[in-house]
Design a protein around this ligand. Structure first.
Ligand code: GDP
Length: 308
């Protein structure tokens, strides 16, 4: 069985590639340097030659609340093109299994918590990332359509907010957890008296370490073949303020935290109901504190700092 991981240099794709390699599978990773998935012809030609049996689609244009708000055109258009090209080419190349990875932002802004899979399309979306969310919802619908029309054993997984080594730590475009690691580590390094974070700090978020998602992908590939997308998360969340305290403590930063209320909070809560995934025998293994520690270590190494 040949497995292809699309987006293999990203946070999620690299963890999935590692997992399948460690498990002794015949697995290859592709990134935009190998084949540009925005290029339809190149995607068709690549899959015709490489003939994988399984594709895990972790290729996407992703970013934090700042990037999503600033570049909705790219988040909608690029994600639609990447996933359509890859799925259409996989269909033509007769790829047996396809795992499409989405995001917990697909759910309505005011969905009851914890969010069950069936709450999809029951209400309006959060405005700060609706372009990205609609592209991902289109992906879920495409997977379902390929199943109905052609009987493909293709499925969708919806992970919560992911983090880990290989993330985008940029302070402007990154997600909150890596952006905060960068902010606190940099402030400690430069001796800055304060760190400015966005919004009120009161929204709650759920975080999953990338290797735990890789385990979920492997289990779903083995055990799941149904129309309904599956949530992947811890089922536990904390406020952004609590997250900031956790990271600043781990980093050893003792300065002041300033909350910039001109920046958006985004949705107030989006914790996932993960009972379906748990029923398949999957549970996350990495505690938030340990995952944050590993991610800080990775970031310091990348920055060429000696890990304290
Ligand atoms: P979201 O989960 O799609 O809203 O995306 P993010 O991970 O980017 O943001 C989560 C929350 O963290 C929002 O409430 C932000 O206002 C808050 N936040 C606080 N400081 C930062 C920061 O420096 N960067 C980011 N991306 N978010 C921040």
């Amino acid at each position: 069985m040949k497995i292809l991981v699309a987006g293999s240099t990203g946070l999620v794709g690299s963890a999935i590639l590692d997992k399948f390699k460690k498990d002794g599978h015949n697995v290859v990773g592709i990134n935009s340097k190998v084949v540009d998935l925005l290029d339809r012809e190149a995607t068709f030609s690549y899959l015709k030659d490489s003939k994988p049996d399984v594709i895990v689609d972790a290729a996407a244009k992703v970013g934090g609340i700042g990037a999503n708000k600033k570049y909705p055109v790219e988040f909608l258009s690029e994600n639609l093109r990447i996933q359509n090209n890859l799925m259409d080419a996989a269909h033509e190349a007769k790829v047996e299994r396809f795992i499409f990875l989405g995001s917990s932002c697909i759910y309505p802004k005011n969905a009851p918590q914890p969010i069950k899979e069936e709450y999809l399309l029951t209400g309006p979306l959060e405005e700060t990332n609706s372009a990205y969310a609609i592209a991902k919802i289109a992906g879920i619908e495409a997977i379902k359509s390929f199943r109905r029309q052609y009987g493909h054993k293709w499925i969708s997984l919806m992970p919560t907010n992911m983090y880990g080594p290989g993330d985008n730590f940029d302070q402007e475009t990154g997600h909150v957890l890596p952006a905060l690691i960068n902010k606190f580590v940099s402030a400690k390094e430069s001796g800055s008296p304060s760190v400015t974070l966005w919004g009120t700090g009161s929204p709650k978020r759920e975080f999953l370490f990338s290797s735990d998602l890789a385990d979920a992908v492997s289990i779903a590939l083995e055990k799941y073949d149904e129309d309904l997308h599956l949530n992947v998360g811890t089922g536990e969340d904390l406020t952004i303020k609590e997250l900031a305290n956790l990271i600043s403590r781990e980093v050893g930063y003792r300065g002041e935290i300033i909350w910039d209320h001109t920046k958006p909070d985004g949705t107030l809560r989006k914790v996932l109901d993960v009972s379906r995934m748990n029923n398949l025998g999957w549970k996350p293994k990495v505690e938030l504190k340990d995952g944050i520690r590993k991610t800080i270590e990775y970031f310091k190494n990348v920055k060429g700092m000696v890990v304290a």
